[in-house]
Ligand binder design. Structure first.
Ligand SMILES: [Zn+2]
Ligand SMILES: [Zn+2]
Length: 421
Protein backbone atom coordinates (compact mmCIF):
# COMPACT_ATOMS: atom_id res chain seq x y z
CA UNK A 1 0.00 0.00 0.00
CA UNK A 2 2.75 2.41 0.99
CA UNK A 3 4.76 1.39 -2.07
CA UNK A 4 1.73 1.81 -4.29
CA UNK A 5 1.19 5.31 -2.96
CA UNK A 6 4.87 6.12 -3.54
CA UNK A 7 4.60 4.91 -7.16
CA UNK A 8 1.58 7.20 -7.69
CA UNK A 9 3.46 10.15 -6.16
CA UNK A 10 6.52 9.54 -8.34
CA UNK A 11 4.40 9.27 -11.47
CA UNK A 12 2.68 12.54 -10.55
CA UNK A 13 6.07 14.14 -9.88
CA UNK A 14 7.30 13.08 -13.34
CA UNK A 15 4.27 14.79 -14.85
CA UNK A 16 4.88 17.91 -12.79
CA UNK A 17 8.59 18.07 -13.72
CA UNK A 18 7.71 17.89 -17.40
CA UNK A 19 5.15 20.67 -16.90
CA UNK A 20 7.76 22.80 -15.13
CA UNK A 21 10.24 22.21 -17.98
CA UNK A 22 7.68 23.20 -20.57
CA UNK A 23 6.62 26.27 -18.58
CA UNK A 24 10.24 27.37 -18.55
CA UNK A 25 10.51 26.61 -22.27
CA UNK A 26 7.53 28.95 -22.86
CA UNK A 27 9.03 31.58 -20.51
CA UNK A 28 5.93 31.54 -18.32
CA UNK A 29 7.73 32.32 -15.04
CA UNK A 30 9.39 35.47 -16.43
CA UNK A 31 6.14 36.37 -18.18
CA UNK A 32 4.46 36.37 -14.78
CA UNK A 33 7.07 38.72 -13.37
CA UNK A 34 9.27 36.17 -11.60
CA UNK A 35 12.98 36.66 -12.01
CA UNK A 36 13.75 32.92 -11.72
CA UNK A 37 11.76 29.74 -12.26
CA UNK A 38 12.69 28.66 -8.71
CA UNK A 39 10.99 31.63 -7.05
CA UNK A 40 7.98 31.32 -9.36
CA UNK A 41 7.54 27.63 -8.49
CA UNK A 42 8.04 28.31 -4.81
CA UNK A 43 5.35 30.96 -4.79
CA UNK A 44 2.98 28.97 -7.02
CA UNK A 45 3.12 25.79 -4.92
CA UNK A 46 4.02 27.28 -1.53
CA UNK A 47 6.92 24.85 -1.10
CA UNK A 48 10.31 25.27 0.56
CA UNK A 49 13.02 27.09 -1.40
CA UNK A 50 15.32 24.03 -1.45
CA UNK A 51 12.55 21.79 -2.73
CA UNK A 52 11.66 24.31 -5.47
CA UNK A 53 15.28 24.46 -6.55
CA UNK A 54 15.57 20.65 -6.68
CA UNK A 55 12.44 20.34 -8.82
CA UNK A 56 13.47 23.12 -11.23
CA UNK A 57 16.93 21.59 -11.71
CA UNK A 58 15.47 18.13 -12.26
CA UNK A 59 12.96 19.58 -14.72
CA UNK A 60 15.63 21.55 -16.57
CA UNK A 61 18.26 18.83 -16.87
CA UNK A 62 16.53 15.50 -16.48
CA UNK A 63 13.20 15.81 -18.24
CA UNK A 64 12.20 15.34 -21.85
CA UNK A 65 9.83 18.08 -23.02
CA UNK A 66 8.17 19.49 -26.15
CA UNK A 67 8.87 23.02 -27.33
CA UNK A 68 6.48 25.56 -28.83
CA UNK A 69 6.98 24.04 -32.28
CA UNK A 70 5.86 20.68 -30.96
CA UNK A 71 9.33 19.17 -31.29
CA UNK A 72 10.56 16.79 -28.59
CA UNK A 73 13.66 18.07 -26.83
CA UNK A 74 15.67 15.28 -25.22
CA UNK A 75 16.85 15.66 -21.64
CA UNK A 76 20.45 16.68 -21.02
CA UNK A 77 20.77 13.72 -18.65
CA UNK A 78 18.96 10.94 -20.52
CA UNK A 79 19.51 8.06 -18.08
CA UNK A 80 18.32 10.17 -15.15
CA UNK A 81 15.31 11.36 -17.15
CA UNK A 82 14.41 7.78 -18.00
CA UNK A 83 14.65 6.70 -14.33
CA UNK A 84 12.48 9.64 -13.20
CA UNK A 85 9.88 8.90 -15.85
CA UNK A 86 9.87 5.24 -14.77
CA UNK A 87 9.42 6.24 -11.13
CA UNK A 88 12.75 4.60 -10.26
CA UNK A 89 14.33 7.57 -8.50
CA UNK A 90 13.30 10.57 -6.43
CA UNK A 91 13.98 14.25 -7.09
CA UNK A 92 16.57 14.14 -4.29
CA UNK A 93 18.49 11.46 -6.21
CA UNK A 94 18.29 13.52 -9.39
CA UNK A 95 19.71 16.55 -7.60
CA UNK A 96 22.73 14.51 -6.47
CA UNK A 97 23.35 13.33 -10.03
CA UNK A 98 22.98 16.86 -11.42
CA UNK A 99 25.49 18.26 -8.91
CA UNK A 100 27.87 15.38 -9.58
CA UNK A 101 27.71 15.78 -13.36
CA UNK A 102 28.21 19.54 -13.09
CA UNK A 103 31.37 19.05 -11.07
CA UNK A 104 32.66 16.42 -13.50
CA UNK A 105 31.83 18.35 -16.68
CA UNK A 106 35.01 20.48 -16.81
CA UNK A 107 37.31 17.46 -16.59
CA UNK A 108 35.50 14.76 -18.58
CA UNK A 109 34.98 14.15 -22.27
CA UNK A 110 31.30 14.08 -23.33
CA UNK A 111 31.53 10.28 -23.67
CA UNK A 112 32.95 9.89 -20.16
CA UNK A 113 30.29 12.23 -18.81
CA UNK A 114 27.58 10.11 -20.43
CA UNK A 115 29.06 6.95 -18.95
CA UNK A 116 29.26 8.51 -15.51
CA UNK A 117 25.66 9.75 -15.68
CA UNK A 118 24.26 6.42 -16.73
CA UNK A 119 26.27 4.69 -14.00
CA UNK A 120 24.91 7.08 -11.36
CA UNK A 121 21.34 6.74 -12.64
CA UNK A 122 21.63 2.95 -12.43
CA UNK A 123 23.06 3.13 -8.92
CA UNK A 124 20.32 5.54 -7.78
CA UNK A 125 17.64 2.93 -8.44
CA UNK A 126 18.56 1.00 -5.30
CA UNK A 127 20.78 3.27 -3.22
CA UNK A 128 20.01 6.29 -1.06
CA UNK A 129 21.02 9.82 -2.13
CA UNK A 130 23.76 9.87 0.51
CA UNK A 131 25.53 6.80 -0.94
CA UNK A 132 24.90 8.12 -4.43
CA UNK A 133 26.71 11.36 -3.56
CA UNK A 134 29.68 9.32 -2.34
CA UNK A 135 29.83 7.44 -5.64
CA UNK A 136 29.60 10.73 -7.58
CA UNK A 137 32.50 12.13 -5.61
CA UNK A 138 34.54 9.00 -6.20
CA UNK A 139 33.92 9.21 -9.96
CA UNK A 140 35.14 12.80 -9.93
CA UNK A 141 38.24 11.73 -8.03
CA UNK A 142 38.86 9.09 -10.69
CA UNK A 143 38.54 11.50 -13.63
CA UNK A 144 40.22 14.48 -12.04
CA UNK A 145 43.03 13.42 -9.76
CA UNK A 146 44.81 16.77 -9.95
CA UNK A 147 41.63 18.65 -9.18
CA UNK A 148 40.79 16.31 -6.32
CA UNK A 149 44.27 16.79 -4.88
CA UNK A 150 43.88 20.56 -5.16
CA UNK A 151 40.51 20.33 -3.39
CA UNK A 152 42.12 18.48 -0.51
CA UNK A 153 44.88 21.05 -0.30
CA UNK A 154 42.32 23.85 -0.23
CA UNK A 155 40.33 22.03 2.45
CA UNK A 156 43.47 21.65 4.53
CA UNK A 157 44.12 25.37 4.17
CA UNK A 158 40.55 26.10 5.24
CA UNK A 159 40.81 24.07 8.46
CA UNK A 160 39.61 25.92 11.52
CA UNK A 161 38.55 25.38 15.08
CA UNK A 162 37.26 28.14 17.29
CA UNK A 163 36.06 28.06 20.83
CA UNK A 164 34.76 30.61 23.24
CA UNK A 165 32.73 31.05 26.37
CA UNK A 166 29.06 31.82 25.88
CA UNK A 167 27.19 34.22 28.14
CA UNK A 168 25.90 31.31 30.21
CA UNK A 169 29.43 30.06 30.90
CA UNK A 170 29.32 27.07 28.56
CA UNK A 171 32.14 26.53 26.09
CA UNK A 172 31.10 26.69 22.43
CA UNK A 173 33.19 24.87 19.83
CA UNK A 174 32.94 25.46 16.09
CA UNK A 175 35.17 23.62 13.67
CA UNK A 176 35.72 22.68 10.03
CA UNK A 177 38.21 19.87 9.70
CA UNK A 178 39.98 18.47 6.64
CA UNK A 179 39.26 14.87 5.62
CA UNK A 180 42.17 13.35 7.48
CA UNK A 181 41.46 15.14 10.75
CA UNK A 182 37.75 14.49 10.36
CA UNK A 183 38.35 10.77 9.99
CA UNK A 184 40.65 10.76 13.02
CA UNK A 185 38.08 12.69 15.03
CA UNK A 186 35.33 10.20 14.23
CA UNK A 187 37.54 7.18 14.83
CA UNK A 188 38.43 8.44 18.29
CA UNK A 189 35.02 9.78 19.26
CA UNK A 190 32.62 7.15 17.96
CA UNK A 191 33.63 4.22 20.19
CA UNK A 192 33.40 6.51 23.24
CA UNK A 193 30.02 7.91 22.16
CA UNK A 194 28.26 4.57 21.71
CA UNK A 195 24.94 4.32 23.58
CA UNK A 196 24.96 2.10 26.61
CA UNK A 197 22.03 0.78 28.62
CA UNK A 198 21.47 1.95 32.18
CA UNK A 199 21.74 -0.26 35.26
CA UNK A 200 18.14 -1.39 34.86
CA UNK A 201 18.61 -2.32 31.21
CA UNK A 202 16.73 0.75 30.01
CA UNK A 203 18.02 2.30 26.79
CA UNK A 204 20.60 5.07 27.12
CA UNK A 205 18.62 8.21 28.03
CA UNK A 206 21.28 10.51 26.53
CA UNK A 207 20.70 12.09 23.15
CA UNK A 208 23.38 11.89 20.42
CA UNK A 209 24.63 15.38 21.32
CA UNK A 210 25.05 14.46 24.95
CA UNK A 211 26.80 11.21 24.07
CA UNK A 212 29.24 13.06 21.78
CA UNK A 213 29.95 15.63 24.50
CA UNK A 214 30.59 12.84 27.02
CA UNK A 215 32.85 11.14 24.49
CA UNK A 216 34.87 14.33 24.02
CA UNK A 217 35.20 14.58 27.80
CA UNK A 218 36.50 10.99 27.95
CA UNK A 219 38.84 11.69 25.04
CA UNK A 220 40.33 14.67 26.88
CA UNK A 221 40.83 12.53 30.00
CA UNK A 222 42.68 9.95 27.93
CA UNK A 223 44.84 12.65 26.30
CA UNK A 224 45.67 14.21 29.66
CA UNK A 225 46.46 10.86 31.25
CA UNK A 226 48.70 9.83 28.33
CA UNK A 227 51.57 12.01 29.60
CA UNK A 228 52.22 13.03 26.00
CA UNK A 229 50.82 16.53 26.26
CA UNK A 230 53.42 19.28 26.61
CA UNK A 231 53.97 20.13 30.24
CA UNK A 232 53.72 23.64 31.55
CA UNK A 233 55.93 24.36 34.53
CA UNK A 234 56.70 20.68 34.97
CA UNK A 235 53.03 20.05 35.73
CA UNK A 236 50.81 17.70 33.82
CA UNK A 237 48.11 19.78 32.10
CA UNK A 238 45.37 18.95 34.55
CA UNK A 239 42.37 20.99 35.45
CA UNK A 240 43.36 23.22 38.31
CA UNK A 241 40.88 24.68 40.71
CA UNK A 242 41.45 27.07 43.54
CA UNK A 243 39.09 26.88 46.47
CA UNK A 244 39.22 27.57 50.15
CA UNK A 245 39.68 24.31 51.97
CA UNK A 246 36.94 25.19 54.48
CA UNK A 247 34.47 25.73 51.65
CA UNK A 248 35.41 22.37 50.18
CA UNK A 249 34.96 20.66 53.54
CA UNK A 250 31.60 22.31 54.10
CA UNK A 251 30.34 21.94 50.55
CA UNK A 252 27.56 19.47 51.21
CA UNK A 253 26.39 20.74 54.50
CA UNK A 254 26.19 24.48 54.93
CA UNK A 255 24.90 27.59 53.21
CA UNK A 256 27.27 30.48 52.48
CA UNK A 257 29.87 28.28 50.78
CA UNK A 258 32.02 30.19 48.28
CA UNK A 259 32.63 28.60 44.85
CA UNK A 260 36.00 27.51 43.55
CA UNK A 261 37.70 28.97 40.46
CA UNK A 262 38.78 27.07 37.34
CA UNK A 263 42.19 28.55 36.68
CA UNK A 264 42.12 27.81 32.93
CA UNK A 265 39.06 30.00 32.37
CA UNK A 266 38.69 32.01 35.57
CA UNK A 267 35.12 30.73 35.82
CA UNK A 268 33.48 29.86 39.10
CA UNK A 269 32.58 26.24 39.82
CA UNK A 270 30.42 24.98 42.67
CA UNK A 271 32.12 23.49 45.69
CA UNK A 272 30.00 20.35 45.21
CA UNK A 273 31.54 19.74 41.79
CA UNK A 274 35.01 20.58 43.05
CA UNK A 275 34.53 17.78 45.58
CA UNK A 276 33.91 15.37 42.72
CA UNK A 277 36.86 16.69 40.72
CA UNK A 278 39.08 16.54 43.79
CA UNK A 279 37.95 13.01 44.60
CA UNK A 280 40.63 11.38 42.49
CA UNK A 281 43.49 13.78 42.98
CA UNK A 282 45.62 11.73 40.59
CA UNK A 283 43.51 12.73 37.64
CA UNK A 284 42.69 16.22 38.76
CA UNK A 285 45.10 17.62 41.29
CA UNK A 286 43.48 20.59 42.89
CA UNK A 287 45.29 23.59 44.16
CA UNK A 288 43.62 24.40 47.39
CA UNK A 289 43.62 27.20 49.84
CA UNK A 290 42.43 30.77 49.99
CA UNK A 291 44.65 33.24 48.08
CA UNK A 292 45.14 30.49 45.47
CA UNK A 293 48.06 29.11 47.39
CA UNK A 294 48.52 25.34 47.38
CA UNK A 295 47.23 23.94 50.59
CA UNK A 296 49.56 21.74 52.54
CA UNK A 297 47.64 18.51 52.28
CA UNK A 298 50.16 15.77 51.61
CA UNK A 299 49.89 14.12 48.21
CA UNK A 300 50.02 10.76 49.98
CA UNK A 301 46.78 11.64 51.71
CA UNK A 302 44.83 12.18 48.53
CA UNK A 303 46.42 10.45 45.55
CA UNK A 304 46.27 6.74 44.91
CA UNK A 305 49.83 5.53 44.17
CA UNK A 306 50.31 3.32 41.09
CA UNK A 307 50.34 0.01 42.99
CA UNK A 308 47.06 0.94 44.69
CA UNK A 309 45.50 1.91 41.36
CA UNK A 310 46.63 -1.42 39.91
CA UNK A 311 45.04 -3.31 42.81
CA UNK A 312 41.87 -1.24 42.45
CA UNK A 313 41.66 -1.92 38.74
CA UNK A 314 42.19 -5.63 39.35
CA UNK A 315 39.34 -5.64 41.88
CA UNK A 316 36.93 -3.28 40.10
CA UNK A 317 37.92 -3.14 36.43
CA UNK A 318 37.53 0.25 34.77
CA UNK A 319 34.29 0.84 36.63
CA UNK A 320 32.89 -1.00 39.64
CA UNK A 321 29.38 0.35 39.15
CA UNK A 322 26.85 -2.48 38.76
CA UNK A 323 26.42 -3.44 35.12
CA UNK A 324 28.56 -0.61 33.73
CA UNK A 325 29.50 -1.28 30.14
CA UNK A 326 31.28 1.97 29.61
CA UNK A 327 33.89 1.71 26.86
CA UNK A 328 37.38 1.85 28.33
CA UNK A 329 38.37 5.35 29.30
CA UNK A 330 40.25 6.82 32.19
CA UNK A 331 39.02 5.25 35.40
CA UNK A 332 38.68 7.57 38.38
CA UNK A 333 39.51 6.42 41.91
CA UNK A 334 36.55 7.54 44.03
CA UNK A 335 37.09 8.05 47.75
CA UNK A 336 34.09 6.46 49.50
CA UNK A 337 34.68 8.82 52.41
CA UNK A 338 36.25 11.94 50.92
CA UNK A 339 39.84 12.62 51.85
CA UNK A 340 38.61 16.12 52.61
CA UNK A 341 36.66 14.59 55.49
CA UNK A 342 39.60 12.47 56.56
CA UNK A 343 38.84 9.37 54.46
CA UNK A 344 41.88 7.18 53.90
CA UNK A 345 43.45 6.56 50.49
CA UNK A 346 43.47 2.78 50.71
CA UNK A 347 41.76 -0.18 49.09
CA UNK A 348 38.94 -0.27 51.64
CA UNK A 349 38.00 3.38 51.00
CA UNK A 350 38.50 3.56 47.23
CA UNK A 351 36.40 2.34 44.35
CA UNK A 352 37.18 2.63 40.62
CA UNK A 353 34.49 4.39 38.58
CA UNK A 354 34.17 5.60 35.00
CA UNK A 355 33.60 9.34 34.62
CA UNK A 356 29.88 8.84 34.01
CA UNK A 357 29.25 6.75 37.12
CA UNK A 358 31.60 8.86 39.22
CA UNK A 359 29.30 11.78 38.46
CA UNK A 360 26.20 9.67 39.16
CA UNK A 361 27.55 8.49 42.51
CA UNK A 362 28.28 12.08 43.57
CA UNK A 363 25.11 13.74 42.31
CA UNK A 364 22.64 10.99 43.26
CA UNK A 365 24.39 10.18 46.53
CA UNK A 366 24.79 6.43 46.27
CA UNK A 367 26.10 4.67 49.36
CA UNK A 368 29.10 2.44 48.72
CA UNK A 369 30.53 -0.18 51.03
CA UNK A 370 33.28 -2.72 50.43
CA UNK A 371 32.26 -6.18 51.65
CA UNK A 372 34.55 -9.19 51.27
CA UNK A 373 36.78 -7.14 48.96
CA UNK A 374 33.85 -6.37 46.68
CA UNK A 375 32.14 -2.97 46.37
CA UNK A 376 28.40 -2.91 47.04
CA UNK A 377 26.30 -0.01 45.77
CA UNK A 378 23.16 1.04 47.64
CA UNK A 379 20.97 3.35 45.54
CA UNK A 380 19.34 6.50 46.92
CA UNK A 381 15.55 6.46 47.40
CA UNK A 382 15.21 8.52 44.20
CA UNK A 383 16.58 5.54 42.24
CA UNK A 384 15.10 2.70 44.30
CA UNK A 385 12.60 3.48 47.10
CA UNK A 386 13.50 0.19 48.79
CA UNK A 387 17.23 0.90 48.53
CA UNK A 388 18.18 -2.67 47.64
CA UNK A 389 21.98 -3.03 47.57
CA UNK A 390 23.55 -4.06 44.26
CA UNK A 391 26.86 -5.87 44.07
CA UNK A 392 29.41 -4.02 41.98
CA UNK A 393 32.96 -4.64 40.91
CA UNK A 394 33.62 -7.63 38.73
CA UNK A 395 33.12 -11.24 39.69
CA UNK A 396 36.44 -12.76 40.57
CA UNK A 397 37.45 -16.33 39.83
CA UNK A 398 37.99 -17.21 43.50
CA UNK A 399 34.51 -15.99 44.34
CA UNK A 400 32.99 -18.16 41.61
CA UNK A 401 34.97 -21.16 42.85
CA UNK A 402 33.58 -20.69 46.36
CA UNK A 403 30.07 -20.42 44.95
CA UNK A 404 30.58 -23.60 42.90
CA UNK A 405 31.78 -25.53 45.90
CA UNK A 406 28.80 -24.37 47.94
CA UNK A 407 26.19 -25.19 45.33
CA UNK A 408 27.68 -28.32 43.71
CA UNK A 409 29.99 -29.90 46.29
CA UNK A 410 32.31 -32.58 44.91
CA UNK A 411 34.96 -34.51 46.81
CA UNK A 412 38.43 -33.22 46.02
CA UNK A 413 41.31 -35.65 45.64
CA UNK A 414 43.68 -35.34 48.56
CA UNK A 415 47.43 -34.88 48.11
CA UNK A 416 48.10 -38.43 49.35
CA UNK A 417 45.96 -40.19 46.78
CA UNK A 418 47.62 -38.20 44.03
CA UNK A 419 51.05 -39.26 45.22
CA UNK A 420 50.03 -42.89 45.69
CA UNK A 421 48.73 -43.18 42.14
ZN1 LIG B 1 34.31 10.60 43.91
ZN1 LIG C 1 30.66 3.11 34.88
Amino acid sequence: MISDAEAVMRAAMAVQLRAIAEAEERRIPTGQGARKTETWLRATLNIAAGEAKNRVLAARMATERTNLQGETIPAELPATAEAIAAGAMTVAHARVIIDGVRRMAPVCTPVELGQAESMLAGYARDHCPHDLAKLAERIRYYFDQDGAFRTEEVQHALRELHYGTAADGMTVINARLDRETGAKFRAALQPLAAPRPTVDGEPDPRGPGQRNADALNALLDIAIASEQLPRSGGQRPHITVTIDFDDLARALREPGVLPGTLTATGQPITAANVRRLACDAEILPVVLGSDGLPLDVGRAERTAPPHLRAALQLRDGTCAFPACDRPPGTPEAHHIESWVDGGATDLANLVMLCGHHHRAVHTQHWTITVEDNRPVFTPPTTVDPERRPRPGGRPVGAEHNTLLQQVIPRPRRSEETTHAA
